[in-house]
Design a protein around this ligand. Sequence first.
Ligand code: AHR
Length: 490
Amino acid sequence: MKAKITINPLDIIGDIDPRIYGSFIEHLGRAVYGGIYEPSHESADDMGFRKDVMELVKALKVPVVRYPGGNFVSGYNWEDGIGDRSKRPKKLELAWNSIETNEIGIDEFQEWAKRADAEIMMAVNLGTRGADEARSLVEYCNLDTDTYYADLRRKNGFDKPFGIKVWCLGNEMDGDWQIGHKTAQEYARLACETAKLMKLTDPTIELVACGSSGPLMPTFGEWERTVLRECYDHVDYVSMHSYYGNPDNDTADFLASSMDMDQFIIDTAKICDEIKAEKKSEKEIMLSFDEWNIWFHSNEQDKHIDRWQIAPPLLEDIYNVEDALVVGCLLITLLRHCDRVKIACLAQLVNVIAPIMTVTGGGTWLQTIYYPFLHCSVNGRGKALHTVCECGTYDTKKHSNVPYIETIAVENGSGITLFAVNRSADESCELELNGFENYSLVSHTVLTSDDMKRCNSIDDPDAVSPVQQQIGGKIDLAPRSWNMLKFTVK
Ligand code: AHR
């Protein structure tokens, strides 16, 4: 099979906001306790954070981490996680039927984020709480005034404000599973008034209004319209969430998942622009795809986990090679929409549907999906280029005209990086490149396997890992492979 890829280095989609490589740590399962934090671990630092995990997070160059939820935030009292740790309440956590010790809260997490070279994207509770608690949290985190919450932060040992720039107005408030679930109109009013108070407290912050929890939500579209009609002038982004899976074991179809993400982004952007026109506004609402990943492997095992445990092993999906290819296609899709998607969070970062895994009291290992994320986050910064790919297509039960090759080129000032997935099960694909005349290929990294179900584990951590392909001569993309090709200016 052959594919012709054409670029023009001057034909730019847009600047890639580095925050497109964000991630997410929720108080859920072993993400915090036994994940980033384990004071009794041999690698623990002075605050109890695992240094081995920290190194793997830093290698990913995650610029922003969403916190503390997720569904968790909709029942959370942020005041439970500040100040004297011996006085913090242990509480029933109703989103995940667990026990929250509150050993970690914003006081500690902001220090972890600093050590990880990441900013925090903070979510406020609009499930059981409202505008008042949200504006107090903004004051606690961001203000330097001589007033109650800023003083409380100082009393707790933090003289300097944390400086949190991006804030989420609740989480998935359209979903009936959400604690304090609301109708679109109920949420729209609450989000609008909360946004006003938060921005009055700190006008430099950016706000994300909840969009839909997925494109299949029955309220998708009307939800966004209602929320934006109310909040347009007070918010900067609309959130999008979507998880993908292969429960029917139809790999050809699963590999086409990014087409659903693509359509979801196109539709959401159109709705934002519809309201922009309605309001005759100059302002463009940007998209924050702040939860995306594959999530289905752990569904069955999670049904058998007992309630009311501290840090139960929930949502511990073990990812295989085809999952890594889908994650690659999803990253390419986000890059293709970088003119509109300014923030995206791989959900999540450690242990919970995550690229990084730990053994409590033991070692760490990397999932297959770690690699495409690493490659894009480290090498996919700069400008995304319009990348035309002429190749064959196939049909599946749920998707038509699926291109065999998914690809995007990124220009970074000194060269071009081409990311590509070959979806074909049995054919390698020879590339014909147009527009690359002034560039030479310097490396070709490949992730593939003869077994699409192969996974890594603590005992076999390198069962699936990228290899360097020999360069010189033809450029071939192996069947069902993730590829990163680096070109430098000649
Ligand atoms: O990431 C896991 C969960 O998925 C989040 O808590 C929630 O927002 C979403 O439904």
